[in-house]
Each structure stands twice: as C-alpha cells, then as structure tokens.
Write a protein that binds this ligand. Sequence first.
Ligand code: HPA
Length: 267
Amino acid sequence: MTAAAAVLRERLAGRSPRTALVLGSGLGGLAGEVEDAVHVPYSELPGFPRSGVTGHAGEVVAGNFSSRPVLMLAGRAHYYETGDAAAMRPVLEALAGVGIDRLILTNAAGSLIRDMAPGSVMLITDHINFSGSNPLFGEPTDRRFVPLSEAYDAALRGALEDAAAATGTPLSKGVYMWFSGPSFETPAEIRMARTLGADAVGMSTVPEVILARFLNLRVAACSVITNLATGMGGEISHQETKDMAPVGGARLATILRHAFGTGLLDG
Ligand code: HPA
C-alpha cells in the first residue's frame, strides 16, 4: 500500500467506497451533496498533485452520495500543467489501495458534431490518444503493456445509459480525442480529428483511463460539451468553457445521482 493510501484509509474512518468519481468542469458542486462527508486535502496525501486548473487545492470527499458510498476527487492534475502525463498516478494508486475498483471520470470537451451542441453530455465509448505521451512511459514492468480494447467498461456504460433513459436526460455517445493542450486546437487539427474518427476533443481523462486500466479499475467517462470545436463557428475561450460547463454539468449530475441512488453502478 502506498503512503497516500495508508493516510487515506485512516481518514476514511471505516468508510469503504468502491466507486470513485472525478469531478471535472461543471461537476464541482456534487462534492457538496456528499453526506456524512470526510474531506481530505490533497496536501495531506503524499504524491497527490498540489495545484489544479481552477487554482484552488484539491481534496478527496468521501461519504454517501444518493445514499450510496462514494469517493469524489475534487481537483485533478492535467498533463499540460507540468508535462507529466503520470501526475494522477499516485492518486489512482491510493484509490486502488483503499479498495476502489470503479472509476467514473468527467471532463469538459469541445464537440465535433454540430448536433451535439454545448450543454450536451457525451458518454465516451473509446478514445484516441493524440498527445504523443503516455502515463506509463518509464514503467519498468511488463504490466505497462495494458490492453485497451475494452477500456470503457460495458456494464458501467450501460448503467449510465440506463440512468439517462430513466431520468429523460439526453446522452450522446462518442469517441474522445486527447490533445495535450493547453492551447486550443487549430481548425486544421479539428478537421484531422474528424477524419480520424473523433466526436469530441479535450485535454484530460485519457491518461487517467490508461492508469486506471493499468491498476485494474473499471472505468467509465463522460464529457460535458462546453463548445463546438475550433473552426465550427465562434471563438473558443477558456472563459466560454467555464461559463458553459454548468449547463451540461447539471444534466450529468442528474444521470449520476440516479445511477448511484438506484445502485446501477454497484454491479
Ligand atoms: N478543446 C480542447 N479541450 C476543451 C475544449 C476544446 O474545444 N473545450 C473544453 N475543453
């Protein structure tokens, strides 16, 4: 067990969540819905990232969400912050160390599909790693050859689709392409991404999916669409992505509350 896992286990004080939820843009408010919550600042957890894109320090929030045990991660490290694609490795190792075996990731993304407008939610079915990097660079064991043929768990995806249907929440599906950022894409890059089969583009999640599969966690991921991708109309800005994130975020929160509350994610 890692040092961070040991600290986290103690701070969980008997709570034993098996599902972790990474709160991306627009989902931060969900941490406030956790009942019987324990808050553990990343600064208390050895190896956890120190800063995040939003500027405030991250924390683990564990307790009950929709009456089911959960561990939420408020704050993630992005590859573009330091050039370290493995920045989230200590976090995911600690989660695995305290018994988490399911990871639900959320993010903000730009859409390549005109009908998947800002405010939409996209369930990620597969990804394209276009960053040229990998969080397992330097991993010395043969475990580095992680199969990614079914990286996005079919049962977890089904659970999220069922929750969307039950709550009448529109949920698109598609392929997420990871760009390193932090600059946004050019119009030519977006034309390329479309040709290569991407439906949405973003700057996170893929390294975490690779690490999670390396650690044998089952994974699902959803994108909150904040903008149409570069060249599809309108200038893209970080401010726009921040302003639009709560719209899709509210929809995704509805899906997640239902999926947790009805035990769909327990299976
Ligand atoms: N590109 C990359 N990352 C993003 C975008 C985008 O258009 N929107 C939100 N995150």
